[in-house]
Design a protein around this ligand. Structure first.
Ligand code: PMV
Length: 337
């Protein structure tokens, strides 16, 4: 099935026409605790496995959108107007084509308070904010589950950025992808903290899309990945329910390392780690050896995310000076659910 057919199917019962001149939306970034790595359908962004994330509260992306009488989109990122030839603008315009009224362009102003393309899930927040803004602009009145299905077409992990808190993306089985959407977990963990250790902000050498494709098609170890997720996901959910931080941290860390193992064994190998990444990993393992409960996770980029509880916040800040601590259950941005 083509992306456009998928979109037409979802919007069939929500015809919609521009309801307001301008629309604005926010979506949080999310960090996977059990990763999405590998697609079973490249066109529809259907994953091989389910995944689970925690959203980053007020760390995310905003998008303002309006229709313009032009055959070209105008995309402003932060303070900069982007050239239509830039990778980012092309990706956004390509996504907008799925919803574009004939002969019209979009004006988009988007902003994020997380470094883009450094493995901090900025595209997830970006596409989730964009689809939420389109929903308001066109008056589709889609619910978050439907928005999750559409956000998925922009970037897989974006389907988890429609909610705060813990969110599970069900991989689904159907060929048409209508059962592959995210849903929030009915669990809270207000003491949980995510520490962003941002050591690199430059563009990553290879996109997650390419890296997961390479892992799936060339690594012998990728065969084990679905098995790893099938084991990790229920343990992680149980640990969240019982607030068993040790198990939670152990599984999240080992799941991230297993994902990186499929990259290391790809041909050619993909290694996002930098010397500072390893330094941080050793520092975390040293703290654990001293009895301090702190774990890490890492996505398709060199930046480590620490997982710890509020009682360790001061110690972590002292140990990792540049650490930005996010409290996932402390947010001011309201989402539309
Ligand atoms: O949604 P994408 O295509 O940017 O892929 C995200 C992949 C990881 O961030 C590494 C894992 C995840 O589940 O978010």
């Amino acid at each position: 099935m083509k992306k456009q057919d998928f979109v037409n199917k979802i919007l069939a019962y929500h015809p919609g026409r521009p309801m307001q001149e301008i629309a604005f939306a926010y979506a949080p970034s999310n960090i996977a605790l059990c990763k999405y790595w590998g697609k079973r359908d490249e066109e529809l962004n259907l994953p091989e496995t389910s995944s689970l994330s925690v959203s980053l509260a007020d760390r995310g992306a905003t998008t303002l959108i309006k229709l313009i009488d032009s055959n070209q989109d105008e995309i402003v990122f932060g303070e900069h107007s982007l050239s239509a030839a830039s990778q980012f603008a092309k990706r956004v315009s390509h996504f907008l084509d799925l919803f574009r009224p004939k002969g019209q362009g979009f004006f988009i102003k988007t902003d994020t308070n997380i470094p883009i393309a450094a493995g901090l899930a900025s595209s997830a927040a970006g596409f989730a904010a964009l689809i939420s803004a389109l929903n308001l602009l066109f008056g589709w009145q889609l619910n978050n589950k439907e928005l999750s299905l559409l956000a998925r077409l922009g970037s897989g992990s974006a389907c988890r950025s429609l909610w705060h808190g813990f969110v599970e993306w069900h991989c689904g089985q159907a060929q048409d992808g209508l059962d592959s959407y995210a849903e929030p977990l009915n669990e809270q963990w207000p003491e949980l903290r995510v520490g962003l250790l941002i050591t690199h902000t430059q563009q990553k050498p290879i996109s997650s899309r390419e890296a997961m494709k390479l892992s799936k098609t060339t690594s012998l170890y990728y065969k084990l990945w679905p098995e790893q997720v099938a084991k990790d996901l229920p343990i992680l959910k149980q640990a969240i329910m019982t607030k068993d931080f040790k198990t939670f941290g152990e599984v999240a860390e080992s799941n991230a390392l297993a994902m990186h193992a499929t990259m290391l064994t790809a041909k050619p190998a993909v290694l996002y780690w930098q010397p500072e990444t390893l330094q941080a990993m050793y520092a975390i393992w040293q703290l654990r050896a001293e009895g301090i409960p702190v774990y890490f996770t890492e996505d398709a980029g060199p930046n480590i995310k620490l997982l710890f509880l509020a009682e360790q916040a001061d110690r972590m800040q002292a140990h990792f000076r540049s650490l930005e601590i996010v409290a996932p259950w402390h947010f001011t941005e309201k989402l539309n659910n």
